[in-house]
Write a protein that binds this ligand. Structure first.
Ligand code: ARG
Length: 400
C-alpha cells in the first residue's frame, strides 16, 4: 500500500521537484503524479518545464498563469498593510505560497487526487507555508513532502533521478538557491552563507549596481485608490503592468536590494539577499499617502497591526482567522487612502518628494507659520497645563 494513489505535485522544474516524481512513484507507491507549475510572472518559459515533468514520469503536467491573481489578491493587500517582515523583507516569496497551495488544493479536487506534494526541505519556511495553507483550505487532504524525508544530498538526488532517465543538463551549476516571481528574487546559499561576505554582483538580475545607474534622477508618480496602486506617471495600468514597469524603472536606478540576516520560522537564522524594486517603492509610497489621509491614532495603531500581519504572512498563516480579522481592519482604514505620491529615484534611493490627495487632512491654515495662521496659540497653554499635570504631580511627590 502506497502513501497515496494520485498526487498533485507543486513543480518548478528544478532538481528536487523533478526527483520527487520518480521518488513518489517508486519509493512511496504513488500511482499517478500530476505536476502543477504556477506562472507567477517569473519571466521563465514554462513550456520546457511542462514537457520535463512528463519526461520525469508525470501523467499530466499543468501550468497555470496566475500572475494577475498573485498581484491583485496577494501583493496588493500586503501593500495596504505596508508589510515588511523584520522591518525589511517585503515578503515577495512568502506571498506566493498560499496562492500555490490554493492551486494544489483546487487541482486535487478537480482531478480526484488523495494527496498533494511539494519539494521543500525540512529547514525552510516554505514547507510551513504550504502545509499550513493546504490544511486550512482542505483539512482532510494529505500533504507529502519527499525532500523532507529522503535524506539525500543534492548530488545523491541527481544520481537518483538519473537512474530513472532524468537528465539534469550540465548548465553552469550555480551555488545559489534562488526563488523568483514578478515581485522579486530571493537568493541564498553558496558564498552568501558567510554573513560578512558581500554579495557578488552576479546574484542580482532586477537591480543595477549603483556604479551602473543613470547619473540623472528620475521621477515617478504612483496613483492609489483605496490603498490600491492604480497608475504610474498618470497612466492607469493593470496590476501586472504596473508592477512590471515599476520594477524596470526602479531596478534601473538600483532601488530594491536587501541584504539581511533573517529569523526563519523553524528557529534558524539565515542570510538572505532580496531584490524587490517595485514592491519596496509601492510600500514606501503607500505608507506616505496614509500619513496624509489618516488620523495620527489610526496610523500609529495600524503599525502594530502591520507587524502582526507581516509575521502572519511570513509564518504561513495567510488563511488563518486572525489574518481575516485583520483584513477587515485594514480594509476599513483604506477607504480614504486615495491620491498620488511622487518619488525621485536616484543611485539606489527612492525618495518621496511630494504627495497629494482629495482626502488630505493636512490643513495648511493650521500648519502654516505665515500670517494666515488659524491655530489658536493661547489654547496651547491650557492644554499643556493639563497634559503635563500627572508628570508635575509625580515630580513634586518624588522630590518631597
Ligand atoms: N527566506 C525567504 C522566505 O522565507 C525566501 C526563501 C526562498 N527560497 C529560496 N530558495 N531562496 O520567504
Amino acid at each position: 500500500m502506497g502513501r497515496a494513489k494520485k498526487v498533485v505535485l507543486a513543480y518548478s522544474g528544478g532538481v528536487d521537484t523533478s526527483v520527487c516524481i520518480p521518488y513518489l512513484m517508486h519509493e512511496w507507491g504513488v500511482e499517478e503524479v500530476i505536476t502543477l507549475a504556477a506562472d507567477l510572472g517569473q519571466g521563465e518559459e514554462l513550456k520546457p518545464i511542462q514537457e520535463k515533468a512528463l519526461r520525469c514520469g508525470a501523467v499530466e503536467s499543468l501550468v497555470e498563469d496566475v500572475t494577475k491573481t498573485f498581484v491583485k489578491d496577494y501583493a496588493f493587500p500586503a501593500i495596504c498593510a505596508n508589510t515588511l517582515y523584520d522591518n525589511r523583507y517585503p515578503l515577495s516569496t512568502a506571498l506566493a505560497r498560499p496562492l500555490i497551495a490554493k492551486l494544489l488544493v483546487d487541482a486535487a479536487a478537480k482531478y480526484g487526487a488523495d494527496a498533494v506534494a511539494h519539494g521543500c526541505t525540512g529547514k525552510g519556511n516554505d514547507q510551513v507555508r504550504f502545509d499550513v495553507s493546504i490544511m486550512a483550505l482542505n483539512p482532510e487532504l494529505k500533504v507529502l513532502a519527499p525532500a523532507r524525508e529522503w535524506g539525500m544530498s543534492r548530488e545523491e538526488a541527481i544520481s537518483y533521478g538519473e537512474k530513472f532517465g532524468i537528465d539534469f543538463p550540465v548548465k553552469k551549476s550555480s551555488p545559489y538557491s534562488i526563488d523568483k516571481n514578478l515581485l522579486g528574487r530571493s537568493i541564498e546559499a553558496g558564498p552568501l552563507e558567510d554573513p560578512m561576505t558581500e554579495p557578488p554582483e552576479e546574484v542580482y538580475e532586477m537591480t543595477k549596481a549603483i556604479a551602473d545607474t543613470p547619473d540623472e534622477p528620475e521621477y515617478v508618480e504612483i496613483g492609489f485608490e483605496h490603498g490600491i496602486p492604480v497608475s504610474l506617471n498618470g497612466d492607469r495600468l493593470d496590476p501586472v503592468a504596473l508592477v512590471s514597469q515599476l520594477n524596470a524603472i526602479a531596478g534601473k536606478h538600483g532601488v530594491g536590494r536587501i541584504d539581511m540576516i533573517e529569523n526563519r520560522v523553524v528557529g534558524i537564522k539565515s542570510r538572505e539577499i532580496y531584490e524587490t524594486p517595485a514592491l519596496l517603492v509601492l510600500i514606501q509610497a503607500h505608507r506616505d499617502l496614509e500619513s496624509l489621509t489618516l488620523t495620527a491614532d489610526v496610523t500609529q495603531y495600524k503599525r502594530g497591526i502591520e507587524q502582526t500581519y507581516s509575521q502572519l504572512i511570513y509564518q504561513g498563516l495567510w488563511y488563518s482567522p486572525l489574518k481575516q480579522a485583520l483584513d477587515a481592519f485594514i480594509a476599513q482604514t483604506q477607504e480614504r487612502v486615495t491620491g498620488t505620491v511622487r518619488l525621485k529615484l536616484f543611485k539606489g534611493n527612492a525618495m518621496i518628494v511630494g504627495r497629494q490627495s482629495d482626502n488630505s487632512i493636512y490643513t495648511p491654515d493650521l500648519a502654516t507659520y505665515g500670517a494666515d495662521d488659524q491655530f489658536d496659540h493661547k489654547a496651547a497653554e491650557g492644554f499643556i497645563y493639563i497634559w503635563g499635570l500627572p508628570t508635575r504631580v509625580w515630580s513634586q511627590s518624588v522630590k518631597s
